[in-house]
Design a protein around this ligand. Sequence first.
Ligand code: MLT
Ligand code: ZN
Length: 463
Amino acid sequence: MQDPRLLELRRRLPQLRLLTDPADLAYYGQDWTRRWTPAPLAVALPIDIAEVQGVVCWANEQHVAIVPSGGRTGLSGGAVAANGELVLSLTRMQRVLEFDPIDRLLRVQPGLTLEAAQTAAREHGLIYPVDLGSRGSCSIGGNIATNAGGLHVIRHGNTRSWIAGLKVVTGAGELLDLNRGLVKDASGYDLRQLMIGSEGTLGVVVEALLQLTAPLPASQVMLLGLPGVDALMQVFDLFRARVSLQAFEFFSDRGLQHVLANGARRALDGEHAYYVVVEFDAALAAERQAGEEAFGLAQQQGWVDDGVVAQSAAQAAALWRLREGITEALAPRGPYKTDVSVRIGALPEFVREVQALLRDGFPQLEVVWFGHIGDGNLHINLLPPESMGSEAFGNLRGEVTSLLAAALSRHGGSISAEHGIGLVKREYLSSSRSGAEIALMRGIRASFDPNGVLNPGKLFTAD
Ligand code: MLT
Ligand code: ZN
């Protein structure tokens, strides 16, 4: 550890765990995008808030960039360290600190995995309702940094709705204790909400107060096969009016083929353009009946060709696997994963338009559609042919994103619904945000992090 900046860090914080082994740098320097070659200066693994503050103060004085880091399951490069940054990994700060039964709050450290937070909530007879496929690996701090969405936003909203308080260390090294679990606070700007979704550019989350809630009632899960995109919206509307939805997720037939090839069991005969996993409250016989009536009505209207109702928890899990297994099934093909949103009402036109643009402009790419259609959130995954080199695919990625960005601008949508901007989409921020908004965002960043030490190069172009 010859670097004088690291020697100084060691002198200031003798107890701080610091890694400089090449294997550790490679491991901590990348996220699930796997697109950049990791090249951090070192990895710091603080054990408490004081160490985080010490590292941030050192970074300001030594002019070292910091990449705050959680489970690194991100898909936009937000946690990538490829330019000699110090990775500030919060993974050793992963304790549940306190449960408050009156306010139903769980005070946790940022490195706790989402799954561990969900388990801790259940131990108190409650739930933390944010849920993502990467629950076993992603961390609460990372979820907060990206305002993670996931599978039940339609019922519960994003991470933003479930953070009752936050302790953060700003880029200037100050410790802020934001909102403190208050239900009501009309004392000015809500800095807690500003932190949520800021992708590590304003502060490092060092503690969070998670709002818990009562468990959902027993549910029923259906898989429906649909003939087209208009039917998706009609079925959504029909079910929404008759049952209390817990989830409404979709995927295309291409998505299904990949999951089946990866070992999942087929649940419906025949081929359908789209499939929907619907989950809804079904503790009462009347609720189950309402779901079956909606299914019947959708069939009569020709909006659903076929469907199956899970008869057991195991069958429900098998139906969910058809949706949740797509990411893993596509991974070996190195897909370009996009994550866009439009208003729900704009979906059919947007989907048709983008499908035509991709078919005409990029016939060599296989396109797999899936996502949280009930939230207007589409994951359009593009797979290169086996013969295509990485440089050629890299160029196509840029062209596809420009095309998508233009279509999103026309439809008033967003280039990132839930994965964040990070490195992957920073050139396209202006397709979703006006120049005036971006200028304000940069100004806010400068207020929290005057020397630009926190995650420079992420979210915005050229800091
Ligand atoms: C999902 O909805 O499955 C996640 O956002 C991950 C992905 O897009 O692959
Ligand atoms: Zn998603």
